[in-house]
Design a protein around this ligand. Structure first.
Ligand code: PGA
Length: 254
């Protein structure tokens, strides 16, 4: 049975005061979330330490939004796995489309980050997804397959069981244009099929594939009801405790 994994990507929102306020609300709501749902918050780096302290002993897990592929060194502005782990982080989002689009992250770089995260014991949430132009050009499957193969290159079968893949069509992120449940399910099934080919059917059956892109409390249930949609990566709607809770309470067990 796969768990439902709902992660909130706070992006570049929330200072320390806002972090405290939002987490009080999320913690309170998560206490009554179904037990098969894993709730993760991914605040900005500056809030991780505070979040780690506030979430200790609660049901809410902590994740980061990015991580360096290096262990340490002269990499100004970067954050290492060790730093993340020292705050209580267990998860890290890698290769978000905003990282790809604005900071030039490639599949090869995301692959290095994923390997580093796995080697250090962090659980990577690796994002893939096509642009509007690619969807309209009828090459969604091809684009997503290239990304999946690229980001997973050289990752062993035992490590793969710990990977979460987030399918996030770029055209649906922050636009209010959610993929229909059928559109999302189609790509999720393709990703799971590809993982079965690259690894095995049993690994494909085990891994969590999240959908991301304009997930809201009023569309979460129908997305999560799809057989291959095992969770959500939520942006805008995770910035208020009530709307985030509306999503993680609509989870279904697969
Ligand atoms: P959104 O963002 O929910 O605001 O569309 C999703 C994401 O970027 O992960």
């Amino acid at each position: 049975m796969r768990k439902t994994v709902i992660a909130g990507n706070w992006k570049m929102y929330k200072d320390l005061k806002d972090t405290e306020e939002l987490l009080q609300g999320v913690k309170a709501q998560a206490a009554s979330a179904p037990s098969f749902v894993t709730v993760i918050v991914c605040p900005p780096f500056t809030s991780l330490q505070l979040a780690g302290t506030l979430l200790r002993g609660s049901a809410v897990k902590l994740g980061a939004q990015n991580m360096s592929e290096h262990d340490e060194g002269a990499f100004t502005g970067e954050i290492s796995w060790k730093m993340l782990k020292s705050t209580g982080c267990e998860y890290v989002i890698l290769g978000h489309s905003e990282r790809r689009q604005y900071y030039g992250e490639t599949d090869a770089k995301i692959n290095l980050k994923a390997k580093k995260a796995l080697a250090s014991g962090l659980l990577p949430i690796i994002c893939v997804g096509e642009t509007l132009k690619e969807r309209e050009g009828g090459i969604t499957e091809q684009v997503v397959a290239t990304q999946v193969k690229g980001v997973l290159d050289g990752i062993s079968a035992s490590d793969m069981e710990r990977v979460i893949v987030a399918y996030e069509p770029v055209w649906a992120i922050g636009t209010g244009k959610v993929a229909t449940p059928a559109q999302a399910q189609e790509v999720h099934a393709q990703i799971r099929g590809l993982v079965a080919k690259l690894y095995s059917q049993s690994i494909a059956d085990k891994i969590v594939i999240q959908y991301g892109g304009s997930v809201k409390p009023d569309n979460a249930a129908e997305l999560l009801a799809q057989p291959d949609i095992d969770g959500a990566l939520v942006g805008g709607a995770c910035l208020k405790a009530d709307s985030f809770a509306g999503i993680f309470k609509s989870g279904m067990q697969k």
